[in-house]
Design a protein around this ligand. Sequence first.
Ligand SMILES: NC(=O)c1ccc[n+]([C@@H]2O[C@H](COP(=O)([O-])OP(=O)(O)OC[C@H]3O[C@@H](n4cnc5c(N)ncnc54)[C@H](O)[C@@H]3O)[C@@H](O)[C@H]2O)c1
Ligand SMILES: N[C@H](CO)Cc1c[nH]c[nH+]1
Ligand SMILES: [Zn+2]
Length: 876
Amino acid sequence: MASPFLPQIDLASFDAKSNQGLSAQSISHIGAAFAAVDQSNLDNAFALLQQHLSSIALHLDVKALSIEDITSLLNAGAAKVFVSLNQLKELLQISTIAQERIILALPGQQRANKEEIINAIGETQVGVFSPQVLDVELVEAWLKELGSTRPPVYVSLATPSLENALRLLKLAAIPIIPSTQLTTDAASGKIPVADLLLANAKSDRPDGLFTTLVVDERGVALGLVYSSQESLAESLKTGRGVYQSRKRGLWYKGDSSGDIQELVSVSLDCDEDCLKYVVRQKGRGFCHLATPTCFGDYSGLSKLQKTLQERKASAPEGSYTARLFNSPQLLRAKIMEEADELCNAQTKEEVAFEAADLLYFALTKCVASGVSLEDVERSLDAKSFKVKRRKGDAKGQWAEKAGLSGNAPNSEAKEQIKEAASIPKKPEDPAGFQDGQIRMKRYDTTTISDAELEKILRRPAQKSNEAVMAIVKPIIQAIRERGDAAVLEYTHKFEKATSLKSPVLRAPFPEHLMQLPKETIEAIDISFENIRRFHAAQAEEKPLKIETMPGVVCSRFTRPIERVGLYVPGGTAVLPSTALMLGVPAMVAGCKKIVLASPPRADGRLTPEVVYVAHKVGAESIVLAGGAQAVAALAYGTESVSKVDKILGPGNQFVTAGKMFVSNDTSAGVSIDMPAGPSEVLVIADAAANPAFVASDLLSQAEHGVDSQVILIAVDLNESQLAAIEEQLHVQAMALPRVDIVRGSIAHSVTLQVKTIEEAMTLSNHYAPEHLILQLQNAADVVPLVENAGSVFVGAWTPESVGDYSAGVNHSLPTYGYAKQYSGVNLSSYQKSITCSNLSEEGLKNVGGAVMQLAKVEELEAHRRAVSIRLQAIKQ
Ligand SMILES: NC(=O)c1ccc[n+]([C@@H]2O[C@H](COP(=O)([O-])OP(=O)(O)OC[C@H]3O[C@@H](n4cnc5c(N)ncnc54)[C@H](O)[C@@H]3O)[C@@H](O)[C@H]2O)c1
Ligand SMILES: N[C@H](CO)Cc1c[nH]c[nH+]1
Ligand SMILES: [Zn+2]
């Protein structure tokens, strides 16, 4: 049963040291409170809800607020709101508000009659609150008039006394009493809380004690004890579990054993003859036999939590749980794996089995982060208070994986923005936010050490190679052993494309699979032509040929790699532009066999843009698979997938690990382009830069994935110039459909303040970004200072996205600092160079001596003779 009375608190001073009323702790023991809210203390109300949501059911007089503020308070967890008649009518229109959360506040001093109330509330069963009833006798008469079917009635006790309060309680009205008049200390002369709690309680025992159930915060029964008014008062006063022992009198639990209890809350059952104490048990447990409960050990989730918490404190070396605690990447992989298995479970047994696995790993994550089951349950309860619910659509990537159609990919993100806007205060900024704004952290490079800078510029952690390889190796093995069947199995599993019967689509590709709007065809055609031109211009005009000595001619010519496999990612976004970037240079180089691979949608089809590009570049086939399975199929070939000589293209960690593995396997005979991972950009901006342009460039890469990183180097910008960029970043980010992804990437993105362009370039060359954008006064003059970068974008009119799609440069570029040693994809990525030597007699005579001498040094006689035998022949 809820608290039979409500302490009235002053929002402005609650929790503060100056608070003269009951302490916050005592109020949370009672579990409910009342307060009047207006604009002056609205922020305090939100703060209080955030801090005490689960421990205090907050009842708020909101007559001075707008409907928006009221719904925000309900959303934030206010238990009940006391409203005017007009507000009541408006709130009843919102179907998601439970009616018992709305209480009609009757106007003023007047005694209300039954008709007045019934007229006001119609058929709706809402409570009634009379704010200024001075005369208890009047209330008595009034309650009688309302009769037995009356709604819950709250009465503000303007002249509080124990006697008045008890009279109202006997009438089953709920008195609201200023907390300054209440006490847990009987000696203080105020109204004792214990007396109010037990006002209507009646013991069913001859000794007059109350049977008391003791439970933990999850509601698990710890044991059964007895209470008296005195022990309850003592418990409320000390904040501990204090009971009435039938043999020893007052019993302060744990005084002799040390296993004390912190009191969380006290309440009565429905017929008020039994108390429930919620406690936080310390020490070995509640039972004198040192078990957590008097009914033995914990079971289920509570038991698992206890074990995990113990393991976290001292995990046996080598235990699996210790491995999980030490490797966030392994834990993440297991959570994803188990979630996927749960989704695929069919029978009741399978669902229970897989759900148990998922809960185990989820709880390990909680314990590793210092979160308890109680915290999780509090969060669940808080969600149940929401008035404006999210639609519950799956996010784009998951919706696609699950084969949902017609699910607007980012509707949930939009809901989140709306919701965020309707909640005025948040206690802490989540990742990516600062002071309520999506903002990158700022550092002045003159005030940080090199070591700190190194840490700041570290790319977001990736799964360890070991963890990813452990996932990828069995996949590759399965493809080698079982070919097409295994490719299909993984596609069914990861892409949910269960209707797919063949892993390959062969050219000529059917027209109906590449139906596109005219504008898209035009855009692809323009981009195709620019990319073709830029890559064709990279071809050697003629083979290199020089005479190193008279008669010694060396030359070099290139040949296309015969068979290439092009991986087009498709996990989190559909990327036909990557098909262009990989396919066009392959076509220009003259590769004989071009095989594309890309994960299909859940309906088993590829996005038509990718099929159209495959058609335009003359691809032989498209492998309808993603991840390591696609890479393995390309590397080794299967019954229907053509083996290739080189695999190119970006991808996630499974794709990259697959590429690394097959390129290291000499039996595969396959090479790869480079490690190209999560997108990144570094923007260097000075005072001439347009803040909106700078922000838009940063966001264009931040929206790729939560593991993307964007860096701004601000050259000699003052506070207002920096603030202008930050403001733009926030405003533009909030308007993006992928704002939830952006928040993730901005959380590990930074602004670095430097004084000069030289300092900026030193930093940039050290970071070696995938994309470097120069938004500087004389941007072109700075290009000669670039030493390491995948691709450079010069000046205000060159957004990075032109390079992603249409300018002609390639967007498949080295990330993760590999721009220090790798080039992005270019024509030579599809070619090999062959060198050629051609000597005349004179030439051999000129160079032969050097060759023979060096062969002699290396003691390779056959090498020496291959020359001497010819020189002798020339002599004869
Ligand atoms: N650097 C560049 O030039 C460049 C260009 C474009 C894209 N990108 C990057 O490429 C990446 C694309 O990644 P993506 O995930 O969107 O698509 P993806 O196609 O690379 O990966 C999706 C595949 O991963 C596999 N997979 C997913 N979860 C798995 C698991 N638990 N176990 C085994 N396999 C699993 C599945 O087979 C799935 O088909 C992004 O990080 C993007 O930023 C980089
Ligand atoms: N910027 C990405 C490479 O890091 C490529 C891309 C594709 N589509 C849009 N952008
Ligand atoms: Zn991009």
